[in-house]
Design a protein around this ligand. Structure first.
Ligand code: FES
Length: 102
């Protein structure tokens, strides 16, 4: 059953920054887009690279391996070679705790 899991302190992720966390041993990326947090699968659907090691360009994450792009808000593919969307997860901030529903 899904529940909110604390993954980081909210003030430890600056706007424009991404981090990789693990929830139940599953890699999840969290991005701060202008003060709004987004959580999504860290693993690119193309060939398994870590998206948190890529680049955040406004609301798009660019994979470091072959430069596929995904919308961090809904997981949609914005640029190939990936064709399958990434999964996104609800995020909330409680005090300074950043929590992902997983
Ligand atoms: S692994 Fe991400 S674009 Fe190839």
């Amino acid at each position: 059953m899904a529940r909110f899991v604390t993954v980081a302190k909210a003030d430890s992720i600056q706007p424009g920054q991404m981090i990789k966390v693990e929830i139940d041993n599953f890699p999840v990326a969290v991005a701060n887009v202008g003060g709004t947090f987004h959580a999504f699968d860290d693993t690119c659907t193309h060939e398994d690279c870590s998206l948190a090691e890529g680049e955040l360009v406004k609301t798009a994450v660019v994979c470091p391996c072959h430069f596929a792009e995904f919308d961090v808000r809904n997981g949609a593919v914005l640029a190939p070679p990936a064709t399958v969307p990434i999964k996104v997860y609800p995020v909330r901030v409680q005090g300074n705790d950043l929590q992902v529903e997983f």
